[in-house]
Design a protein around this ligand. Structure first.
Ligand SMILES: [Zn+2]
Length: 212
């Protein structure tokens, strides 16, 4: 898998210092500065400590199964804003090379909030997943949505959400994480019709082999 993060720090220098401090117990394979410089920190075959307690598609040891990329960014705490263009332009070829080298399915290129919904909200609703999807580096947002209510009740929705990959231990937070990734216009933890339809379509696409 690949897990994308933001650093939530004032500068790339501060983030580097933190990730190189053994006492901080955090690390990532790559840091990409807002200016678009890629800094390699941990070899890809080594474990980095970026995901923490996490879960994705039945796997709990996310750190042992993923490459972590930190995006230099102030995050929600220090002034949430668009990700810089040079940073995105540096991310695309790096990610393309990583998914090709390790044969990583698009569905396993995720945000930190996807694998730790109860604890994390990075990289957040402004991360340009749609643009990444144009490069086929993550799953695209479903375009056409079936009408009608595909799930009988909230319980059925949560089970489907878990089947798609999310940890649903904290249901509301899981829905928020899903919205942050797939319907960023409204993140309120409510299971509304649009959210149901998006999840249903994602699972349908996967079951029918349209996405991998
Ligand atoms: Zn993170």
């Amino acid at each position: 898998m690949v897990v994308l993060h933001y650093t939530e720090m004032q500068s790339a220098e501060a983030a580097l210092q933190r990730m190189c401090d053994p006492a901080a117990e955090v690390s990532a394979h790559y840091l990409i500065t807002e200016q678009g410089e890629v800094v390699s920190l941990v070899p890809e075959d080594k474990r980095a400590w970026h995901a923490g307690v996490s879960y994705w598609r039945g796997h709990t040891d996310v750190n042992g199964k993923s490459i972590g990329i930190e995006l230099d960014h102030p995050g929600h705490a220090l002034g949430y804003r668009e990700f810089s263009e040079p940073q995105f332009e540096a991310l695309v070829p790096l990610l393309a090379r990583i998914v090709r080298t390790h044969d990583i399915p698009r569905a396993n290129v995720v945000g930190h909030s996807d694998v730790a919904p109860a604890r994390k909200i990075d990289p957040g609703e402004l991360f340009p997943w749609d643009r990444l999807a144009e490069y086929k580096l993550c799953l695209p947002r479903p375009e056409k949505l079936e009408l009608g209510d595909p799930f009988d009740n909230d319980g059925a929705f949560y089970l489907a959400l878990e089947r798609f990959g999310y940890d649903i231990a904290d249901g509301r937070k899981a829905v928020e994480a899903f919205q942050r990734r797939w319907r960023p216009a409204r993140i309120d933890g409510e299971i509304d019709g649009q959210v149901r339809a998006i999840l249903f379509q994602l699972l349908l696409d996967r079951d029918q082999g349209r996405t991998r």
